[in-house]
Design a protein around this ligand. Sequence first.
Ligand SMILES: CC(C)(COP(=O)(O)OP(=O)(O)OC[C@H]1O[C@@H](n2cnc3c(N)ncnc32)[C@H](O)[C@@H]1OP(=O)(O)O)[C@@H](O)C(=O)NCCC(=O)NCCS
Length: 146
Amino acid sequence: MKLHPHISIRLARNKGELEKAFKIREIVFINEQHVSRRLERDGLDGTSKHVLLFLGGKAVGAARVRFEGKTARLQRMAILKQFRGRGLGKALVRHLLSYGRRHGAKNAVIHAQYYLKEFYSGLGFVGKGKPFQEACIQHIQMVRAL
Ligand SMILES: CC(C)(COP(=O)(O)OP(=O)(O)OC[C@H]1O[C@@H](n2cnc3c(N)ncnc32)[C@H](O)[C@@H]1OP(=O)(O)O)[C@@H](O)C(=O)NCCC(=O)NCCS
């Protein structure tokens, strides 16, 4: 039986770890999804909380959270392609939800890429409003209480 390597999810602790989060985002959003660097690095990183997911000590996932009043806005959710489909994305979102809750947020919001609607529905989010284009990719706003 294949043993599951150790998974840990936590805030980026220093500049080096922050760079790891930016690198994962670059690979996933800029290289893979062709989002422009200007949109990806939108100037809001300095006021966001950054989370990394480590698998056996290697950073393979990243996301950021922004607090807006009682709302936690989850953004830049990314798992490196070769590590997808084994529950890491779900674990990352669950971590962000509990992090948001612990920090006083009452609800969570995400601009979900439309093709991931079912992924986020499975995590308790419901779609709100009509789909829209962002960075040339179809999105839908999804919300859930915390
Ligand atoms: C979205 C993302 C983080 C999900 O990570 P992941 O590790 O593959 O997700 P998981 O393995 O935890 O998947 C959990 C569930 O969602 C489903 N799922 C994952 N990606 C999916 C997809 N592209 N389409 C449909 N379902 C998907 C899985 O089948 C799984 O379902 P199950 O629990 O019933 O088996 C990852 O696909 C990614 O980085 N994508 C590129 C960046 C991106 O689009 N980010 C989201 C911005 S809103």
